[in-house]
Write a protein that binds this ligand. Structure first.
Ligand SMILES: [Zn+2]
Ligand SMILES: [Zn+2]
Length: 250
C-alpha cells in the first residue's frame, strides 16, 4: 500500500508498521515483529523489485515490535542496520540493539531477546541520501535513542513511537519502562516546530494532511501527557466501541 508515490506501508503487519522507501535502492523504516521478514520480501517482489535491492534498514528505536525482523532481513538481503547510539549497546567490539539488554536478562535465545547487529550509527541532523534526502531527528523520550526521519521534499515524518496517527488524529505515546517523559516533552515541542503534512507513525494508520499543525493544536489543547489509566478507561473502550482495529502503543 502506497502512502504517497514511492512510500509504502507493508500490508498485513498487524502490530506495528513497516515502511518501504522506493528509490534507486530500497530502504526500510522499522521491521515489525520477529516473523515479518517473509512478508517484507514478498511485498518487495509484488512491486517488481528484488530483496537484494534493499540497502538499509533504519530503526526508529529499539523496541522489539519494531526491530523484531531486522536481523533476519539484514542477513538475507545484505542491508545495513542503522540506529541511534543511545538505543544500541557496545559489546564484543560491535554495536547491537536489544531493548531487553538494558534490563540485563539472562542470555535466552528467544526472538524478542536476541541482539540485532548495528552496522552504522546515526548522526543527529544528518541527511540520508534517499528520496531527495531523509533528515535524522533525534527525539529522545520514548526510548533514549528514539529517532524520527523527515522526508523534507514531501514533508513526511516517520515518527516511530514518538507520535502516532490513527483515525485522522495525532496522538502521543504512553510512559513505558525506560521512557523519560521530560525528554519526551522536549522532543514533542521540537517536532511541533517543524513542518510536515504527512505522518507515518509506528502504529495506527498514516495521516495525510496538516500533521504538524495537528500536533501543535494537540499540545496546546492538552498539555498534559496521556496516562495509562486514561488510555485503559477512556480511549480503549472508545476504540472498541468504534469497532476499528485495535492498534495500541506497544
Ligand atoms: Zn516503542
Ligand atoms: Zn511500538
Amino acid at each position: 500500500m502506497e502512502v504517497i508515490p514511492g512510500i509504502h506501508s507493508v500490508p498485513g503487519t498487524r502490530v506495528s508498521r513497516i515502511y518501504l522507501i522506493e528509490d534507486e535502492e530500497l530502504t526500510l523504516v522499522d521491521t515489525g515483529m520477529p516473523w515479518s521478514a517473509e512478508r517484507v520480501f514478498k511485498y518487495i517482489e509484488s512491486i517488481g523489485r528484488r530483496p537484494d535491492e534493499l540497502s538499509r534498514i533504519l530503526m526508529t528505536h529499539n523496541h522489539p515490535d519494531h526491530t523484531g525482523s531486522a536481523r533476519n532481513i539484514s542477513r538475507r538481503s545484505g542491508a545495513q542496520v542503522v540506529a541511534h547510539r543511545r538505543d544500541a549497546a557496545y559489546r564484543g567490539g560491535a554495536y547491537s540493539i536489544s531493548y531487553m539488554s538494558r534490563f540485563k536478562p539472562p542470555n535466552v535465545p528467544l526472538p524478542f531477546l536476541r541482539h540485532t547487529p548495528v552496522h552504522r550509527l546515526l548522526v543527529e541532523s544528518e541527511v540520508i541520501p534517499v528520496a531527495g534526502g531523509l533528515r535524522v531527528i533525534h527525539t529522545p523520550g520514548h526510548t533514549p535513542g528514539s529517532v524520527c526521519y523527515l522526508l523534507e521534499r514531501e514533508g513526511l515524518l516517520f515518527s516511530g513511537d514518538t507520535i502516532f496517527s490513527d483515525h485522522g488524529r495525532v496522538s502521543r505515546s504512553m510512559p513505558f519502562p525506560g521512557s523519560d517523559m521530560t525528554q519526551y516533552r522536549q522532543s514533542l515541542e521540537r517536532l511541533a516546530d517543524m513542518r510536515f503534512d504527512i505522518l507515518c507513525g509506528g502504529h495506527g494508520s498514516p495521516l495525510v494532511g496538516d500533521a504538524s499543525k495537528m500536533l501543535r493544536v494537540l499540545l496546546e489543547k492538552k498539555p498534559q501527557l496521556p496516562t495509562w489509566s486514561e488510555f485503559i478507561f477512556k480511549r480503549m473502550p472508545a476504540r472498541l466501541l468504534r469497532r476499528k482495529r485495535f492498534s495500541a502503543e506497544d
